[in-house]
Design a protein. Sequence first.
Lengths: 327, 445
Amino acid sequence: MADAVLSSDPPARRIITRPNAVRRFFQRKSTIAFLMALPLIILIFGLVIYPAFYAVYLSTLRKSMTSVAWMRNCAWLPDVICTYLPFGNMQFLFTRETFWKVVYQSCLFAITAVIFKALLGFILAHFVHNIPAKGQRKWRGMLLIPWVIPPAMSTLAWLWLFDPSYSAFNYVLTGAGFDRIPWTGDANWARFAVILVNIWVGAPFFMIMYLAALKSVPDQLYEAAAIDGANWWQRIWYVTLPMMRNIIAITALFSTIVTFANFDIVRVLTAGGPLDQTHLFATWAFKLGIEGGDIPLGASVSLFMVPILAVAAIFILRDINQRGNEA
Amino acid sequence: MRRQTLSRRRFLAATAITTAALSTPFVRGAHAAGKLSIGLWDHWVPGANRASTEVAQAWAAKEKVELTIDYIPSQGNKNLLTIAAQAQARSGHDMLAMPTWWPQAHADQLESCNDIMTQLIAQSGQVNGTVQYLGRAGDKWLGVPATIGSQIKGPCSRIDLLKQHAGIDIQAMYPAGSAPKADAWTMDAYLKAAEACHKAGVPFGVGLGDTTDSVDTAGAFFQSFGAALVDAKGDLTVKSDAVRQALEYCVKVAKFYPADAPAWDDGSNNRWLVSGRGAMIMNPPSAWAVAKRDAPQIAAQCWTHGMPAGPRGRFSPFLPYFWNIWSFSPNKPAAKSLLVALSQPDAVAKFVAASAGYDIPSFEKLTTLPTWAEEGPPKGTLYHYPNPHNHQTLSIAAAPAPPKIAQQIYSQGTLTKMIVRHLQGEPMERTLAWAESEVEGFLRT
């Protein structure tokens, strides 16, 4: 009888403990956090991770998509290795004049636009910061408008301003006695136009980030600097900028990634022309992959952004970490 | 042990269920022939989609098919994205409208339409050479040439301006209702007229960008000189005399186009005509239709006609759409039946009328419908648009190169880029070397 009682104990304990374990599992903060993040994880997996790996797979295929695009005749690798690497499309791209043009243009576009956006955002943030609190919200809202309008839509308005034949800017210029400017017909003017529109769209983002950073700088630091006799420039250089360094770095990184991968502004304004001289990686990938029907080559072009942006991200984030550790 | 008994009630129930299950496939309900999902091109012309909906739904009602129609715009290349996505996913519409090169690009994934094409050709006559070039891979018809969306991009000229500045009576050359008397309409005449209109401040509005309108015109000019960058066998022929001759001519005439022509897109030429700034553009009648609405005094002076003839003939750009059935479609017989219905002369006439003459059928017996003769003002302005007297060869830029190579030449705008590079001062041989290097890249499989 005692045996029977003893032997019946463990199942009874299991019956009592099992719901508690499940409940405890679901009550853990990490489980709740995971479950709440799950919809986002699924979305990111479906819309980012899976397409990214699929793009890598596509980039390894030949134009006909029926076999793998193996590399051939590598100058720097023995054939035994070279002919088993599925990067034939990348190898092909390196021999294309247009590809190097796109690399140059993407770097020019991203670097120039980010520098000017940062500069303009910094200046605007200071102006807005110095506006009395009562009217500041109104200005903040108005200055954010270019950033909140979908770029494809606002670029259409810019297209009318830059239109080859009916440019509103040219109407004003000719009215004032100046020559017409081929805004989208000349390579340099076309590059200027797409960079200008990108700055117009992106500068408010920098402004709002910098404004937030400015507001978090303690007033005591400025007071101490004033007591030490620091002038306006010295306050900016020795107080404001060091306190904003991390925000500046993160904003610049984020903006570099987004600007480098830009599609809509160039697509709407110049479609990569004239003579491919405003194409970026994304617009050229679309041109090759979707319009030209060469999806593997288009996927290869789009993947070239990844290593370039990864290197930029590593450098900037490493710098932020180092400063974090020093602090 | 309890013995199972078959009660009367249970017997009746079992009999009813069995009868229903066995007879279900043979009941001809409202959608007995299954479901069919199709993607048609979303027409520019307001109201034109209604005509295709009516024809397709009438067929569906008769055949008892549950039909779903999606109209997919070409604005922003939405249709190309849809084609690419469905090809990758191997899922989507049963039948999809594909422009120009796309049936060839997905030839392996399309159902053969040999059976219905044989039937349609017997009924409505042979299709033109461009349709055969784009629509057939070997002996396999990849689809049926669609009336909806197919277009010729010939010249649309201002009657008054050509007469006034170039001394050309375009209506006499291309009289409404009868065959063209256009022997004098040659490349030399075109060049002289372009120069005269340029001097008069109403230049020909021909683009040199890399969108289709620009590429199509350049392609037709190159073909008129017998110039091809790649021949039908797939061999490079960039550095040929014909290409040099064509390039030289195109650059000569491009000097009389608007200075910003290299930046033009497919809307620029339309705006050029409607604003009254030019004497000619190369476009289907959509520009004229907009002028009819927004600038009737300009529309009343527009005349659509044939291309000028070059040393190797008179070529006009033709861009057909195709209706294609995916090989993964679960209801291919219904899709084929619908394609036959959409290609019947009555349906074709309805589409042409609904599009105000924009749409062109590819079958030779269907290019003399009354719509083109009656549309106006001026009456007969579209008479020569569908090439009713076959006085020009309908072609597509980059042909006769194998379609998958030609598609790259076409989509990259190689021909117009050659013209612009040479126009901007690059030596001819350097331009040819650049083009050869580009096209070599397109030859990869």
